[in-house]
Design a protein around this ligand. Structure first.
Ligand SMILES: Nc1ncnc2c1ncn2[C@@H]1O[C@H](COP(=O)(O)OP(=O)(O)OP(=O)(O)O)[C@@H](O)[C@H]1O
Ligand SMILES: [Mg+2]
Length: 239
């Protein structure tokens, strides 16, 4: 139990009176990187909103590093190091790259270290260093995604959740982003990554969960990457 960085048990939540998560349970062990796949509209982003405290859990529990965080305030959850980079474009368009990054470091600890962290972000994404004074509304989709991940890193995550980071990116940018995520993992940050393309994940994740109908329908794990075929088989239920 204490070896789990994240422990989700019987979580239910949804919007209004419409349930989306149906008692979802899973754990993430220390050192693990989890790939999350599943059909559209089946609750992946809803799960992350609930973990982050942005959406109320109706029942069930979420423990992070051994402590209960169920329905705790989002700012406190971020401060503990559980940081969620949401799906889509969530930057402040009229602020510059650097200003957006500063906002990722709003908690006390990260704020004190922000000069050091921002240099790490720029080392990881050199094209952001060149554009640090540029307003985010004028960035390309790929550059915005890099800023979004950079904002997450500015908060000094222990577990970084990336919700479809490659949405709309070219194959070349996808490869660049995969290398950057591999470097983030190598620096000691654990990840949960949602991705429609299992190929993108198979060298990053050590375990895959298939989320469907608001619950975990299947999972597979493998050391040092998983065969693409096994992931596809899981997806289509022919394992
Ligand atoms: N703010 C909201 N208000 C009402 N219903 C919502 C809201 N956000 C999502 N939903 C609904 O909740 C369900 C799950 O959506 P969610 O975004 O969690 O799916 P997802 O698995 O992340 O899908 P995708 O792969 O397309 O990102 C969908 O039926 C969706 O329409
Ligand atoms: Mg989603």
């Amino acid at each position: 139990m204490s070896e789990l960085i994240l422990d989700v048990r019987g979580l239910n939540s949804g919007y209004g009176r419409v349930p989306v998560l149906h008692g979802i349970s899973f754990g993430v062990a220390s050192g693990e990187n989890v790939g999350l796949i599943g059909p559209n509209g089946h609750g992946k982003s809803t799960l992350f909103r609930t973990l982050s405290g942005l959406l109320r859990a109706w029942s069930g529990t979420i423990a992070f590093r051994g402590e209960d965080i169920t329905n705790h305030p989002p700012a406190e959850i971020v401060e503990r190091g559980l940081i969620h980079v949401p799906q889509g474009n969530t930057l402040f368009p009229d602020l510059t790259v650097q200003e957006n990054l500063w906002l990722g470091a709003f908690a006390k600890g990260p704020r004190a270290q922000r000069l050091r962290t921002v240099e790490r972000v720029f080392a990881l994404f050199p094209r952001l260093a060149e554009r640090r004074g540029q307003r985010c509304r004028t960035l390309s989709g790929g550059e915005r995604q890099m800023v979004a991940i950079g904002c997450g890193l500015m908060g000094l995550p222990k577990l970084l959740i990336l919700d479809e980071p490659t949405l709309g990116l070219s194959p070349k940018l996808k490869t660049e982003l995969r290398d950057a995520i591999a470097a983030i993992i190598a620096s000691g940050v654990q990840t949960i990554i949602v991705e429609q393309d299992p190929e993108f994940l198979h060298t990053l994740a050590t375990r895959f969960l298939l989320v469907s109908e608001g619950t975990v329908h299947a999972e597979i794990s493998g050391e040092g990457g998983l065969e693409h075929k096994r992931i596809v088989d899981m997806y289509f239920g022919h394992s």
